[in-house]
Design a protein around this ligand. Structure first.
Ligand SMILES: [Zn+2]
Length: 224
């Protein structure tokens, strides 16, 4: 057990003998967070398109907020007056705040959907008539309710529901993937887990990915 400060401690549960990957527990005043973990980005005090209850249903124990963004808007005075960030955004689980410049490129918003077979751009015309859910192996609300063709349709029309449904699926997929990684570490089989995941996961051609990103940034009037 390592004390990070008087309120937060880290407990190492196990080290995988072959890969040296580690599973641990971060004990916080807002709950226990099993590591390694994926933290959904909530820079502005919100995980885009989802309400806190949906994050809890997915099983998200902790989100990432950005101190610098919140300092600029709404301002520390507002957050203090509203009783702190947890109360302000109605999130009772853990929040990790940072002020760094690194931000992962947004998911759900360019039509990217992640499955065990790779990253798919649901805007692609190939998905226009696909009856199956985006990931038949996924138990999330999106996959249990809608066809890939419906998601393709929503993205084609830039409907807001497209972003919500893709975010629900992507967070489920990544959160479950991290759970499987933790189990593999605990079982001492992380290397074979990693090999079999990577064997099935097709990475997008880098040039196609960058072209898609540029197109999306242009459509949002954002320049890099
Ligand atoms: Zn799903």
């Amino acid at each position: 057990m390592r004390l990070i400060n008087s309120l937060i401690s880290f407990h190492l549960r196990q080290t995988c003998p072959d890969s040296k990957a580690r599973v641990g527990e971060l004990n916080t005043p807002h709950g226990v967070v099993a590591t390694p973990i994926f933290l959904p980005v909530g820079s502005q005090g919100t995980v885009k398109t989802l309400i806190p209850e949906e994050l809890r249903d997915i099983g998200i124990p902790m989100i990432l907020a950005n101190t610098y963004h919140l300092y600029l808007r709404p301002g520390i005075d507002v957050i203090e007056k509203m009783g702190g960030l947890h109360k302000f955004m109605a999130w009772d689980r853990a929040i990790l705040t940072d002020s760094g410049g690194y931000q992962i490129f947004s998911l759900a918003r360019n039509g990217a959907v992640f499955t065990g077979q790779g990253r798919h751009n649901i805007r692609n015309a190939a998905y226009r008539q696909v009856e199956q859910p985006v990931d038949p192996d996924c138990g999330c609300y999106t996959c249990g309710t809608f066809s890939t063709a419906y998601l393709h349709h929503l993205f084609s029309c830039n409907e807001l529901l497209a972003y919500r449904l893709a975010t629900i699926h992507n967070l489920n997929f990544i959160n479950n993937l991290m759970g499987k990684a933790r189990s593999a570490i605990l079982n001492g089989t992380f290397s074979s887990f990693q090999d079999s995941f990577l064997a099935g996961y097709k990475t997008a051609n880098e040039q196609i990915r960058l072209n898609q990103k540029q197109k999306w940034l242009k459509s949002q009037n954002i320049s890099e």
